[in-house]
Design a protein around this ligand. Structure first.
Ligand SMILES: *[C@@H]1O[C@H](CO)[C@@H](O)[C@H](O)[C@H]1NC(C)=O
Ligand SMILES: *[C@@H]1O[C@H](CO)[C@@H](O)[C@H](O)[C@H]1NC(C)=O
Length: 279
């Protein structure tokens, strides 16, 4: 008897459930999955807190790249002091955008190799491309994704070809301001004996040499005009700021950052408010 009552008691509940099902709002169409993904690793040093603050502002306020996932990470070698261990841990808690590699911060001591070769083993996912970027470069993520979209997802080496005056992406190597490798090349760097045989020297030039020695990067693309050094600071590698920019390099002073961010209207989205003034 008691069981029957219990069953009857469930009837209104079931009716309600059916009703809820019927009046459910139509499903929101899911956002289309990104067509391509890029990890941008900004190689920097633990103690450059102010630089990371600026770069987080710069990347955090840029318009997102349509149909692309671009993740920016700050890449450090091992931390050297208790202060760094504390402050970088706090940065990771707050921003979650730091990678600390097992290497030491010396010029030309293999950080770039450690960066690329560690990624397949430490990242929670793969990306179509991994870009290495300098911390004095301004990279515009939507034009970057647009530049990569029509290119090969495989065996690709993309960047700004050195020498500056040349147009042939096979002639030299890609400038350290920022260059991207397709994921298969990142895996190749991690697995091949060729890079480990040559780790000392100008790191970005070495990447080009490894790829040449390994007969890799059949696809190479140099984004001349869209990538360049800040106007007037580096001969033929420099030219005036252009709207179609992917990257501007050698932003070594606050004045240069200000000029560049003004040119690209970085603050245009700021709504007027009684809470602040800029006059
Ligand atoms: C870190 O690098 C050092 C020097 O190359 C090596 O001896 C050590 O085993 C590495 N540690 C880890 C956890 O991989
Ligand atoms: C910045 O904004 C100005 C004024 O709206 C516009 O003329 C200019 O083209 C913009 N610059 C860029 C690089 O988009």
């Amino acid at each position: 008897m008691r069981a029957r009552w219990a069953v009857l008691g469930m009837v209104p509940f079931a009716v309600l459930l059916c009703f809820a099902f019927l009046v459910r709002p139509p499903p929101v169409p899911a956002a289309p999955p990104p067509e391509l993904s890029v990890l941008v690793g900004v190689l920097t040093r633990p103690e450059k807190y102010a630089s990371r603050h600026l770069l987080r502002l710069v990347y955090g306020t840029q318009p997102a790249a349509p149909l692309a996932q671009v993740d920016v990470r700050f890449v450090l070698c091992r931390l050297a002091t208790d202060e760094q261990r504390l402050l970088v841990a706090l940065e990771i808690l707050r921003f979650g955008d730091v990678i600390v590699l097992n290497c030491t911060e010396n010029m030309n001591s293999g950080k770039t190799h450690t960066f690329f070769s560690s990624l397949p083993g430490i990242l929670p996912r793969r990306y179509d491309y991994v870009m290495k970027a300098d911390d004095d470069a301004f990279i515009r993520v939507a034009p970057l994704a647009a530049a990569l979209r029509p290119l090969s997802r495989h065996d690709l080496y993309f960047g700004y070809g050195i020498p500056c005056a040349g147009e042939d992406p096979y002639a030299g190597y890609m400038s350290g301001m920022g260059y991207a490798l397709s994921w298969d090349l990142v895996e190749w760097i991690a697995a091949s004996d060729i890079p480990v045989a040559e780790l000392r020297g100008p790191e970005d030039k070495l990447v080009g040499r490894w790829l040449d020695r390994g007969k890799k990067a059949a696809h190479r693309h140099t984004a001349k005009r869209a990538m360049y050094d800040y106007p007037g600071v580096n001969g033929r590698c420099s030219h005036e700021l252009l709207p179609e920019t992917v990257a501007v390099h050698r932003l070594k002073t606050p004045e240069r950052w200000t000029t560049v961010l003004r040119f690209f209207n970085a603050t245009a989205a700021l709504p007027p408010s009684k809470l602040y003034r800029f006059d």
